[in-house]
Ligand binder design. Structure first.
Ligand code: ING
Length: 311
């Protein structure tokens, strides 16, 4: 038995501060068509795919709000929805959302092959800082510009399987995958915009690609799910961001990986039934997990005080 789903990771190169939505959508359409031409049924685009990574600047409100979408689709993005439906291809798209009642989220949607929005997720783990910090070479003001998503990680029936969404920093937290794994997830779509330089601890910079694969491969294997991680990378407005987009099997193996820091499509046939080979053996949660033993660590640190090198 197999349930093949052909997936494209549609990585983006830099998006300029002044790049129009229409021009970005043209780039997305080109990758959508290339993906469809190579048999893809689902195309995964990055986090905040429609704009530059604007949290790198401290912006006045009037400019800040130009980076948010009030409608999805909007007049600028509708061509993407229309072409996808014409091609019978679904897609994942990350963007900055401004809701009618004024809430601002870092959002991702999953659009099925018939054009309906099968899932919408708003980023739970917001990294960075709440106010501008002058010592940084660039800002990371997601915690100022976005509210944390109000909903947890949710699995949706789509593309013949069980699909979950997560965004960027979410991929670094094991809870993200386990909350989805406990719902039987078979595919996790994750867009990211990851500056390579991590100002609070530059020693981590050299490990950006290593950590990117580490967390997604671990999440995939430990929850018996496919993971598709897709970046917007390259030097964007002077800041070098990680590309390294990849399609990861439930085994934890990378079966397709981008090789550039530009707009690049990689495609793989992902058999969703491969998840069952792990869910029914090593990660048979009902048989082997011991949740009754975990409650002591779920929400609190251990009994021993963590080493406090500050003192
Ligand atoms: N970006 C980064 C990410 O989690 C970051 C922020 C970079 C956190 C490096 C820790 C280390 O990939 C977003 N947008 O979350």
């Amino acid at each position: 038995m197999s349930r093949p789903l052909t997936i494209a990771a549609a990585q983006m190169g830099p998006v300029g501060r002044a790049e129009t939505r229409a021009h970005v959508v043209e780039r997305l359409l080109a990758m959508l068509r290339e993906s469809a031409g190579r048999g893809a049924e689902l195309v995964v685009f990055p986090e905040l795919a429609l704009t530059t990574f604007f949290p790198r600047w401290d912006l006045p409100d009037e400019e800040l709000l130009t980076f948010f979408e009030r409608d999805m689709p909007s007049a600028d993005t509708k061509p993407l929805f229309d072409e996808a439906e014409r091609l019978g291809v679904g897609f994942h798209l990350g963007y900055a959302e401004l809701t009618p009642d004024g809430h601002r989220y870092n959002t991702a949607i999953l659009v099925e092959r018939d054009g309906h929005v099968a899932a919408r997720y708003r980023k739970v783990h917001l990294p960075g800082h709440e106010e501008p910090e002058a010592w940084r070479p660039f800002q990371h003001l997601e915690r100022k510009y976005f509210e944390p998503g109000p909903d947890s990680f949710q699995v949706h029936r789509a593309f013949g399987g069980l699909v979950g969404l997560a965004i960027c920093n979410d991929r670094r937290w094991p809870e993200t995958y386990r909350v989805l794994g406990l719902q039987g997830v078979e595919l996790v779509c994750i867009g990211y915009n990851t500056p390579i330089h991590y100002a609070p601890d530059p020693a981590q910079d050299r490990l950006a690609a290593f950590h990117n694969n580490l967390v997604m491969a671990a999440g995939a294997y430990q929850n018996a799910t496919w993971v598709v991680g897709v970046g917007k990378g390259g030097v964007e407005e002077g800041v070098d961001a990680l590309s390294d987009s990849q399609i990861i099997a439930p085994s934890g193996e990378v079966i397709a990986r981008c090789a550039t820091s530009d707009d690049e499509v990689v495609v793989a046939v992902c058999d969703l039934d491969l998840c069952l080979a792990y869910k029914r053996t090593v990660f048979d949660f009902d048989r082997y997990r011991r949740p009754e033993m975990y409650t002591r660590i779920t929400s609190q640190r251990g009994a021993v005080e963590p080493a406090d090198t500050e003192s």
